[in-house]
Write a protein that binds this ligand. Structure first.
Ligand SMILES: Cc1cc2nc3c(=O)[nH]c(=O)nc-3n(C[C@H](O)[C@H](O)[C@H](O)COP(=O)(O)OP(=O)(O)OC[C@H]3O[C@@H](n4cnc5c(N)ncnc54)[C@H](O)[C@@H]3O)c2cc1C
Length: 503
């Protein structure tokens, strides 16, 4: 890592630094907002990052085979197009470098405090500002934006004895590159979006790979390829060609949403593509059957791979579908009584998505925590503002997940909303923006009513989009991405006009 990304010592240790805007996190959301602020000439903002590098998801998920599953030209910031993406679905290192370059070229590095974990943020009702405590000192700001991600805190499975596994154990989002996988007996727990990228790579080097599957995913072909030098030249020389390609990718993805809205004929047609893919690629009929999904198509994120299914034709791969009962020493003991002796366990078991860790450290009016406000499920007006939490904007929080299109589109819509709010506040130096409970509830009712009748809330659909505590569809935006932008990107002052806003 180059020095410019190392933690700097000009932070706030021993003193309190005051800025206009604090942003927590330097993934696509934090860097995207930071870029827009810097370009608008804003100087008084800081990005607080607990790690020692930018990139968020694309810094942490550097497992073998990691790549985006939304096309790169769409899965990038519209205001920082990249004609040089090497592939339709580019690998993790390239996406990470794109984000590092964004931080460098947009002049964000002086605004970033690395190794700076936010451990508390409290609204000061007298001074009308946020008091932010971190591992590197204290800060105050008029506005607080959390861009801490909803797929950034790894979740391990709850398996008795796993913690004391006597081999190596790590999560897909915290890959231990010091562990050599060659000729090892490896287990991968989980068969979601990361697993289907990891499994083919690990199978190549392991002496034996056991895949622990709770529920088989739908996997469709992945039309990946390299861009030619001529294409890249054209993207560079004719920027409109890149914009057209991006638009085409976006609208093709939008068309796929209707599959999720429980239109039976469309669901069946989409599922049939995955079934055909599996049937064409898996030789053993018994394994093929075990790899058949038993939930309705669209309930979970749509997956794409051309090398996942063929992995199960290999001699050194076992598909285990019984539940894991416990781990003892180096043994994984199944509920069936079968035992797998392993050297390495890779937990590819997802993230804390519905009960966000950041919500426990943010306290609004009367010291109430965001986690408390969200005890019945997370919710926000326009997906980013919560009653009782003035001048706080939450990126990547409730109803921001998309199963069918690019997260960056949602992120940019939220950025537009926040910029609108900041412009409004710039005209009114004493204003405090706080959404009313009525506006928040009526907005959330509108979103929830759209979730009804969709695959995500259908019987038998178990998905991280739904909060297991209450069955509410709190993580996902249950509609088109372009509706997200239409409804949420514009800042409208009215819903925020609490008594103190006119200041
Ligand atoms: C493996 C993987 C592949 C994905 N592929 C795609 C894809 O192809 N297409 C797609 O649309 N989406 C994809 N996603 C979703 C992806 O998370 C989003 O697209 C996007 O990267 C989220 O960016 P973010 O900045 O909101 O959050 P993140 O990238 O998660 O960044 C959050 C940042 O906040 C920091 N942070 C968190 N808490 C604190 C704290 N208390 N103090 C200080 N810093 C903190 C973290 O360290 C991190 O750097 C993928 C997710 C994963 C995990």
């Amino acid at each position: 890592m180059s020095d410019e990304f190392q933690a700097t010592d000009d932070g706030a240790i021993g003193s309190t630094t005051d800025v206009a805007i604090i942003i927590v996190g330097t993934g696509f959301s934090g860097l995207g907002l930071g870029t827009k602020l810097a370009r608008a000439g804003e100087r008084s903002f800081l990005l607080l990052e607990r790690a020692d590098d930018v990139g968020g998801t694309w810094r942490d998920n550097d497992y073998p085979g990691a790549a985006c599953d939304v096309s790169s030209h769409l899965y990038s910031l519209s205001f920082r197009p990249n004609p040089d993406w090497t592939h339709v679905y580019s690998p993790q290192a390239e996406i990470h470098e794109y984000l590092r370059e964004t931080a460098r070229e947009e002049g964000l590095l002086p605004h970033i405090r690395f190794g700076c974990e936010v451990v508390g943020a409290e609204w000061d009702e007298v001074a009308n500002l946020w008091r932010v405590s971190t591992s590197r000192g204290s800060f105050t700001s008029r506005v607080l934006v959390t861009a801490a991600g909803h797929l950034s805190d790894p979740k391990y499975p709850n398996i008795p004895g796993l913690d004391s596994f006597e081999g190596h154990l790590f999560h897909s989002a915290g890959w231990n590159h010091d562990v050599a996988l060659e000729n090892q007996r490896i287990g991968v727990i989980g068969t979601g979006a990361s697993s289907i990228q990891i499994i083919p790579e690990v199978a190549e080097v392991a002496s034996h790979l056991t895949v622990f599957q709770r529920s088989a995913p739908y996997v469709r072909p992945r039309p990946n390829r390299q861009y030619t030098a001529a294409e890249k030249r054209m993207f560079r020389r004719v920027p409109e060609s890149l914009q057209e390609l991006r638009a085409e990718m976006f609208w093709n993805n939008e068309a796929r949403l209707v599959e999720r809205q429980a239109l039976p004929a469309l669901l069946e047609a989409a599922a049939a593509v995955a079934h055909k893919h599996r049937e064409a690629q898996v030789i053993d009929p018994e394994i093929r059957e075990k790899l058949k999904p038993n939930f309705v198509y669209g309930c979970k994120r749509g997956l794409r791979s051309d090398d996942y299914y063929p992995t199960f034709n290999r001699e050194n791969v076992t598909l285990e579908c019984a539940g894991i009962d416990r781990v003892e020493g180096k043994q994984v003991i199944m509920t069936s009584g079968d035992v797998h002796e392993l050297d390495v366990i890779i937990a590819s078991t997802g993230f804390e998505t519905t009960d966000l860790p950041i919500s426990y450290i943010i306290r609004g009016r009367q010291g109430r925590s965001l986690a408390d406000a969200w005890s019945g499920g997370m919710q926000a007006y326009a997906t980013l503002a919560v009653s009782g939490f003035p001048n706080l904007f939450i990126m990547g929080g409730p109803n921001t997940g998309l199963g069918h299109n690019s997260a960056i589109y949602v992120i940019e819509s939220q950025i537009d909303h926040i910029l609108g709010a900041l412009q409004f506040m710039a005209q009114r130096p004493d204003a405090v923006l706080e959404v009313s409970a009525e506006a928040e509830n009526s907005y959330v009712e509108g979103v929830e009513s759209r979730g009804e009748g969709t695959v995500w809330l259908s019987e038998g659909c178990q998905t991280w989009y739904v909060d297991p505590r209450n069955g509410r569809l709190t993580s996902l935006w249950p509609d088109f991405a372009h509706s997200f932008r239409r409804e949420n990107a514009a800042f409208v002052p009215d819903p925020y006009l609490a008594e103190s806003t006119t200041g």
